[in-house]
Structures are given as structure tokens and as C-alpha cells.
Write a protein that binds this ligand. Structure first.
Ligand code: SF4
Length: 560
């Protein structure tokens, strides 16, 4: 077992009277629940050796339960949902009854940076081992499905041969680092975060000392003024700012997270120079490891500790116990004035162009990835990016062929000038593969977007807002960030009027982050009793937009 050094009881800070929260620094490292116990028994990273040497030979039935349901995640593997089980049975069946013998495999893409060689490799793996499945997630990863454990070593061999991996893509670990998709290429960039992302990635991802956190730990880093990494909902974010004395660096945010008890991150008011950024990141993740609440898993995210400590105490502990020096105060980054999804055609700082294209609700395929690699290379490009908005950016397109490249992306179904419906529609995995799902998300979203595009093409008198974010979740978790959307939909079953139940959604309205058209970031509110069936979704959105058109003035945002 490898984990952080045990703190003797005599040297621990004392806790006020009451039940222990399972904070290692205060309560000791004795596991207080089954999850903590399996993590203490054997570090999740160690399962790789068993996958390669035992399970890939013995097949699914040879996998030990703690590895199957726990440690596999440390290498990006989750069992997927058995096909044909409806959402009504999600809560009534035992977990193993919902579980298929195949896996979702998450390929970690820190900063969303991909070469066409890497893209082609993922496409080939999808074609050869994943039934042509591929989705881009809202954390810049690409997920494949239908993976058999016997194929995993070969998949890792192919990925690692081109510099990709699945290390800590899931699990109670530092997850993929969200990075500005225009890092190093945007004309108006304040700071290129690529070296900081690379340093964190190289020094700390796969480090056993950081591989037993209370729960997942999410990072976002951007040097672009559009603040394009949804920084308000990550555990730690570094957002570029120009300090009047020290020049460009980062503003430090801590403690954001959605799901249940959604909470926006808070600024610590501290300025972090690029040289110190990795060290500060290590300090914050170490606070989470040492002080994070481990007794109750639903209270184990950093946002709960931040909620109790507040930014002043958090900064004090960071500076005094972990860094050993005080960080300078820093200015507030200015509110973005351009959208952070980077859709459309934009000139790069080197005179070439990047094109932001929108897949439908994040859905791709292996075949499409291979076609995209061919398309990019035919225009002399070898680079692309994934984005935190389930989009793809084609980089380095010469001016002479940018229009042709955009037309070819459109022909592949990657819309470069999407409707407002498609542009900001995000859907989580949903019932197709997710064991927690209650309703379908991807197909429902794709169908609703197509229907709305058709209806509003004919309604030229209706004034649509410039942007409309539609985020669709298949259950009460918030993988698709419903609280931060103009219209957020939380999957649940609704009475169908005939004594049965049908798929539907609880509606959240009016959420948005700093990079949206809102004045300030804010979480949407659940509208009491406002629920809509999946079949009624286009009708509902049509009514909402007609009301907006009737009650708004030219240029007014939907959030207003
Ligand atoms: Fe699964 Fe729920 Fe997350 Fe969707 S929101 S991927 S249904 S856990």
C-alpha cells in the first residue's frame, strides 16, 4: 500500500467535539467506510499490473470485485450499463444487475491537445475494439465504449505509443486538467498555460502520493480572456490576469463543484506567477488529501471543506502549512467579452486559422475521427483541440483553404456555423451506457435540436437570443453541468397520464458562468413543479423562446 505518511495522533491538530469527518490530518488515516477501506488496502494505480497479467488473460469473470468496482477507475475503466434496462429499474436493481461485461474507457486529454496521429490512433482503437463508438466529453476527454478487458493491454500499448494514456482518467485522483483550447495560438491570449499543464501532468499525474484523495479533484487552467475552462465549477482553477506589478500570471479559485449541493468556486484573492503555479496546485491538492472529508462520500468533495473554511482560512492554510510563503494579493480578472466556446473561424497569432466545430451533443465515432484526421492533414494541419463545451477545434489551417476546410467539416457533421440550439447543447452519457442514468440524453438532445432548428427556420418573426445553452443530464448528478445552463434538464421519470411512467426532465432555468452572456456567474434555479417529458421537450423550448421574443428587447440575453 502506498499513501500519504500517517500522522501520529499526538501531533495532529485537534478537532472540535463531534463525529470525525475522516480528515487524515485531524482524525487519522483509519478508513471509515468501505470505499476508504479498499483504497487503503491497495493503491488504485496498482491494478494496472493485474489487468495486464491476470484479467486480460482470465477475462471478465476473473476480475476481483474491489478491482472491478473500484480500482479499474484509476485507469479510466468503468463497467457500462447492460443494454435494454429501462430507467425505472436503475434504482431498484442491484448494481451488478445493471452492469454489462464491457467497459467505458476514458482517454485522458490534458488541455484538450491532440495531434492527428493521436486522433487517428483513437479512431483505430474505436474501430477495432469499441464498435466504432466515441464521444467527446465536457472535460475534453474522449470516451469509448464496448471495451473488453482482454483488449485493454493492446489498447494501452497503442495509446502510449503516441503519447496518450488513461492514467487517473477516473477515480479519487487528480482528473484530466482542463486547459484553454486556444492555448498558444490565440491572438488575444494573455498567457500560454501549456507549460504549467505539462508540468503538473509530468510531475504529479500517476504519483501514488496523490492517488488516494477523498474523491475526484478537478483542475482548470486558462490564459485566454474568454475564461474558456468553466473555472467556477472546478476544485482548483488558475485564470490569467495581468498584475500591475508582476505582469501576467494567474488568479487562484478554489472549491467549485456541481452535482448535488452545487457551489461556485471562490477566489482566494491570491496572485500566482506561472513559475509557482504547479507548486500552488500541489498545495491545494495536498490540502484536499489531508483535510478533505472522507467519512461520508457525498461530503467528500473539496467544496464542502471550502464551504466550512471559507477563502481566508483556506489561503492561510495553503500559505502557512503547504507553501511556506505568502502569495501576493492579485487583481480580479476582467469579465470576458467573447464567447469561450471558440466556434467558427478565427485567425491565429501566426496568421493561420483555427475553426471551432460543433458535433451534435458530443457524439462522434471512430470512423469520424479517422475522417477528421484525413481532413486536417489534407489542409496541412497536424493539430486539433477538444473543448470543455464538447466541441472540436481544427488548428493551423492556411488562409487559402480555410473556407474549404470549414465546408468539409460541415459535410462531416461537425457544424462550423451551428444554430443556437446546436451550438450550446451538451448532453451527458445517459441511459445508453451509464449505470446511474434514468433517461436517455444524447439521442433526445440530438432529436430536440433537429426539431427546433426546423421549426424556427420557418419562424422568422421570432427573435432568438444570440446564445442559448441547453444542458441535458440523465440523472440528478450533473455531468452535463445543468445548473450552469440557460435551460438545464435533469433526467427523471414522469407520470404518463395512463398509470405508467415516461422519460422526462426537471427544468432548471437561468444558470450561466462568467463566459456566458450573464453579468455574473450564477447557478440556475429549479422551477418548482416545472417538468417536461422527453417527447414534449421541443414544444417546451419553443414556448420559452416565443415568450422570450415577446418580452425582450433587441440584443437582450436569455439570462436577463
Ligand atoms: Fe450518468 Fe447521471 Fe452523469 Fe449522466 S449525469 S453521465 S446519467 S451519472
Amino acid at each position: 500500500m502506498t499513501q500519504a505518511t500517517h500522522t501520529p495522533a499526538s501531533t495532529r491538530p485537534t478537532r472540535p467535539a463531534g463525529k470525525p469527518h475522516g480528515q487524515w490530518k485531524i482524525d487519522g488515516t483509519e478508513p471509515l467506510n468501505a470505499n476508504e477501506a479498499f483504497k487503503a488496502d491497495d493503491n488504485g494505480l496498482n491494478v494496472r499490473e493485474r489487468i495486464e497479467n491476470v484479467y486480460a488473460h482470465g477475462g471478465f469473470d476473473s476480475i476481483e470485485p474491489d478491482d472491478l468496482h473500484g480500482r479499474f477507475r484509476w485507469w479510466g475503466l468503468y463497467t457500462q450499463r447492460k443494454p435494454g434496462i429501462d430507467g425505472g429499474r436503475t434504482a431498484t436493481l442491484e448494481p451488478h444487475e445493471l452492469e454489462d461485461r464491457y467497459f467505458m474507457l476514458r482517454v485522458r486529454i490534458d488541455g484538450g491537445t491532440l495531434s492527428t496521429t493521436q486522433l487517428r490512433t483513437i479512431g483505430e482503437i474505436s474501430r477495432d475494439f469499441a464498435r466504432d463508438s466515441a464521444d467527446v466529453t465536457d472535460r475534453q476527454n474522449i470516451q469509448l465504449h464496448w471495451i473488453d478487458v482482454v483488449d485493454v493491454p493492446e489498447i494501452w500499448r497503442r495509446l502510449e505509443a503516441v503519447g496518450l494514456d488513461t492514467t487517473e482518467a477516473c477515480g479519487d485522483v487528480p482528473r484530466v486538467i482542463l486547459g484553454s483550447p486556444v492555448a498558444g495560438i490565440a491572438k488575444d491570449e494573455l498567457l500560454d498555460p501549456t507549460p504549467v499543464i505539462a508540468e503538473i501532468r509530468e510531475r504529479f499525474i500517476g504519483d501514488p502520493e496523490l492517488a488516494n484523495l477523498p474523491r475526484k479533484f478537478k483542475t482548470a487552467i486558462s490564459g485566454h480572456p474568454s475564461q474558456d475552462v468553466v473555472h467556477e465549477i472546478n476544485d482548483i482553477s488558475l485564470i490569467a490576469v495581468n498584475h500591475p506589478e508582476f505582469g501576467p500570471g494567474y488568479d487562484l479559485w478554489v472549491g467549485g463543484g456541481l452535482s448535488t449541493s452545487a457551489r461556485l468556486a471562490e477566489r482566494l484573492g491570491a496572485f500566482v506567477s506561472p513559475e509557482r503555479a504547479a507548486e500552488v496546485w500541489l498545495g491545494v491538492v495536498s490540502i484536499f488529501r489531508d483535510y478533505g472529508y472522507r467519512r461520508l462520500r457525498n461530503k467528500a468533495r473539496l467544496k464542502y471543506l471550502m464551504n466550512d473554511w471559507g477563502p481566508v482560512r483556506f489561503r492561510e492554510v495553503l500559505e502557512n502549512e503547504y507553501l511556506g510563503y505568502a502569495l501576493p494579493d492579485g487583481p480580479v480578472p476582467p469579465k470576458p467579452t467573447t464567447p469561450g466556446d471558440h466556434v467558427g473561424i478565427h485567425e491565429q497569432k501566426d496568421g493561420r486559422y483555427f475553426i471551432g466545430a460543433s458535433p451534435n451533443a458530443g457524439r462522434l465515432s471512430g470512423t469520424l475521427l479517422l475522417q477528421l484526421a484525413d481532413l486536417l492533414e489534407s489542409h496541412g494541419s497536424t493539430r486539433l483541440r477538444t473543448t470543455p463545451h464538447q466541441k472540436l477545434l481544427a488548428l493551423d489551417i492556411p488562409a487559402a483553404s480555410v473556407k474549404a476546410a470549414a465546408a468539409e467539416l460541415d459535410a462531416l457533421g461537425l457544424a462550423t456555423a451551428p444554430s443556437i440550439f446546436r451550438r450550446s447543447a451538451i448532453a451527458c452519457t445517459g441511459i445508453e451506457y451509464c449505470k446511474l442514468a434514468i433517461v436517455d440524453t444524447k439521442d433526445t438532445t440530438i432529436a430536440a435540436v433537429a426539431e427546433l432548428e426546423e421549426r424556427f427556420a420557418a419562424k422568422t418573426a421570432v427573435r432568438l437570443p444570440a446564445a442559448l445553452s441547453l444542458h441535458v443530464n440523465g440523472c440528478p448528478n450533473s455531468c452535463a453541468r445543468i445548473q450552469t445552463a440557460d435551460i438545464g434538464l435533469k433526467g427523471q421519470l414522469l407520470p404518463d397520464g395512463n398509470g405508467g411512467m415516461s422519460p422526462g426532465f426537471q427544468v432548471h432555468l437561468g444558470g450561466g458562468l462568467a463566459s456566458s452572456s450573464r453579468e455574473e456567474a450564477g447557478l440556475g434555479r429549479t422551477v418548482r413543479g416545472l417538468k417536461v417529458t422527453a417527447d414534449e421537450l421541443p414544444n417546451y423550448i419553443e414556448r420559452v423562446l416565443e415568450n422570450y421574443s415577446a418580452g425582450s428587447t433587441e440584443g437582450e440575453s436569455f439570462a436577463t
